[in-house]
Write a protein that binds this ligand. Structure first.
Ligand code: SIN
Length: 536
């Protein structure tokens, strides 16, 4: 589905202003007051009716989106099933739950401590948001940069709400993480002299975004997955965790596994458990289409909360400003921020730029929604979806012919399938659901308040505060995956797991009943999104 004649007519207005926009240079950045105003009026997180307060559990009184609250206020998927918790199918030092970049990093570092590691993953090893991340990974590795400057950017991007110790760990470890990945074999983009290429992302004050073209996450996952396999770490695919097991001291001691192929339940005993199950984009908060992979259903939040781990920042969801609004076949798919990083500007129906192209994601998304909803300057696509332009042809004008094809080959192919040529024609965009800024609160070693329970990657909360910057997710999966793996692996040596139970699940049900919650028959975790209605 290429652009219609009507859209081609509108593209002429973008072309008419392009040379002038390139010549004028950067659009003015918003002041702090302007940022606050556009966020409070137009960012989806600020819609009061989109959230509700939890009435029980460690986050009692905190607001979270209804879609997540529906899973928290639900009974256990395995309630009523009879388990012999003495029948241990797997007895390991470290159980890693999740087969994305965080899980793989954790498994590798845990094994380096001499631990016997088992990884279980709900889909295939590598089916994760990691592979969907396109634009890059941040690390301060240039002379004009430092972890301290990176730290300030992270805090500013997070509205200064981040847990400082976690932001510090993230940015201090970043150069180490980058080198580790390179040593393992990640093919980062480089100049002929061997130095790493790096560009800006939204909200960065230095060029520290390192990429592998526009499939950075896929390249990182390829490398980590190979390494896990080469080191002989046991991985069980199509195996979900449906509930954690605590021992008689209330410490994490394993999990109930669900074999998605056979439908069987099994018990894994583990001295430490690392949850790396990713985010919750498939809950489609507020009906937004998502960039997330099929398994992103917030499982760690549900089972972790039942076990007593606290959620942090789950009232802040990241809407990526540049989701595809057209063609409809790719609605909501990610258009990497690298497109903005290379200079492409968001432009309205009159060909006017309305926001600095490298504002942070929350502000850029809110500004796009304002341009459409308040100012009426959006472009209506043939399906009725309204978006704005992202002027990709600027990139070759700024950096020279061939740049788009060289730097963004996946984007070029994604649009060429529908006869849209992003080298010459702008893209139509609208914010899409990309990331949960929060998750289960961890300390600097990745441990939650539940002893021996660790969380890494998107499932973890506190690092990014109210809004994550681009490239800090590929970074956090590696930094906190490594930290959690190292700590959990080393700690496992001294742990003796006591008698296992699911008593915490019974207690959770009782607490929910006492709070008068009507679960409406819901059970959780969800495990897979539901896109069909069963006809009874
Ligand atoms: C992107 O390339 O825009 C996504 C990567 C990220 O979320 O950091």
């Amino acid at each position: 589905m290429s652009y219609t004649p009507q859209l081609r007519e509108l593209i002429k207005k973008v072309e008419a202003t392009r040379a002038d926009r390139v010549k004028k240079g950067n659009f003015r950045r918003m002041t702090m007051d302007e940022r606050d105003e556009v966020l409070s009026k137009f960012h989806p997180d600020f819609i009061e009716a989109s959230m509700r307060k939890l009435t029980f559990g460690v986050n009692r009184g905190d607001k979270i989106p209804h879609e997540l609250a529906d899973l928290i206020e639900a009974r256990s998927l395995i309630e009523g099933l009879k388990f012999d918790l003495e029948k241990i199918a797997y007895d390991v030092d470290v159980l890693v739950v999740g087969g994305g970049g965080a899980g793989a990093s954790a498994a590798l570092l845990a094994q380096e401590q001499g631990a016997d590691v088992l990884m279980v993953t709900k889909l295939r090893f590598g089916d994760a948001n990691t592979v969907m991340a396109q634009g890059g990974i941040q690390a301060a590795d240039k002379e004009n940069d430092s972890p301290a400057i990176h730290y300030l950017d992270v805090m500013g991007g997070g509205r200064f709400e981040n847990v400082p110790e976690l932001a510090r760990a993230l940015t201090n470890d970043a150069p180490i993480a980058l080198k580790w990945l390179e040593d393992l074999g990640v093919m980062f983009d480089k100049f002929p002299d061997g130095t790493m290429k790096s560009i800006h992302g939204g909200g960065t004050s230095r060029k520290r975004m390192h990429s592998a073209r526009d499939y950075s996450g896929a390249e990182i996952m390829r490398t980590l997955r190979d390494e896990v396999r080469n080191r002989g770490i046991r991985v069980i695919e199509f195996c979900a965790v449906v509930e954690l097991l605590l021992d008689s001291d209330g410490k994490a001691g394993g999990a109930v596994l669900y074999n998605m192929e056979t439908g069987e339940y099994e018990v894994a005993r583990a001295k430490t458990v690392i949850l790396a199950t990713g985010g919750s984009g498939r809950l489609h908060y507020q009906g937004f289409p998502t960039t997330n992979h099929y398994g992103a259903t917030g499982d760690a939040l549900v089972i972790g909360y039942r076990a007593g781990a606290k959620m942090a920042f789950m009232h802040t969801i990241q809407y990526h400003p540049t989701g595809a609004a057209y063609p409809p076949q790719i609605l909501g798919l990610l258009i990497t921020e690298k497109v903005r990083g290379l200079g492409a500007e968001p432009v309205n129906i009159d060909g006017e730029q309305f926001v600095y192209h490298l504002e942070t994601r929350d502000v850029a998304s809110a500004a796009i929604i304002r341009e459409i909803k308040e100012r009426g300057k959006g472009i209506t696509t043939p399906t009725g979806m309204v978006g704005v332009w992202l002027d990709s042809p600027m990139i070759d004008i700024i950096h020279g012919p061939g740049t788009v094809e060289k730097e963004l080959p996946a984007m070029v192919r994604q649009f060429a399938r529908f006869n849209v040529d992003i080298v010459r024609e702008p893209m139509l965009i609208y914010p899409c659901l990309h990331y949960q800024n929060g998750g289960l609160l961890i300390d600097e070693n990745g441990m939650t308040a539940v002893e021996n329970l660790y969380v890494a990657g998107e499932a973890a909360g506190g690092i990014h505060g109210g809004n994550r910057l681009m490239g800090n997710s590929l970074l956090d999966i590696v930094v906190f995956g490594r930290r959690a793996g190292r700590h959990a692996g080393a700690r496992a040596k001294d742990i003796k797991v006591k008698k296992l139970s699911l008593n915490h699940v019974d207690a959770y049900h009782k607490e929910m009943e006492a709070a008068g919650v009507d679960t409406g028959g819901r059970v959780s975790p969800m495990l897979l999104p539901r896109y069909t209605h069963r006809v009874e």
